[in-house]
Design a protein around this ligand. Sequence first.
Ligand code: 2F8
Ligand code: CA
Length: 125
Amino acid sequence: RRPFICYDGGAAQRYILITESKTWREAQSYCRENHTDLASVRNQAENQEIQQIAGEMAVWIGLFRESWKWSDQSSSSYRYWRSGEPNNAGGNEKCGEVWLGYWNDANCELKKAFICSAAEEREKS
Ligand code: 2F8
Ligand code: CA
């Protein structure tokens, strides 16, 4: 199935939703090859933008451990974990997802839709 690309961002298009399910590493490769990287989320406005474009889907973002870092090496310390997260369930949850606006640590091998950061933050037409 061809990936579906959603351009429904805020004033500036910062994110791209890919609904083709991939592991976190596969999603990272896809974003790096086609856009810039898996999404970094730097503040509440950006988190809301992610929720808006993801709807009810759980989506990978560019957050991973051991200590939580962003795939694009940016240094934002903004977090929006769901209550009780990150819980490292099964000792095997090293990748960040957003689901219904809140963040969860999940098993990186699960295949999920994902959000890339756009190569440029273009104005929405
Ligand atoms: O209750 C929160 C918990 O829910 C699931 O585990 C039962 C999630 N696991 C997967 O998505 C595989 C946990 O990550 C989450 O913490
Ligand atoms: Ca978890």
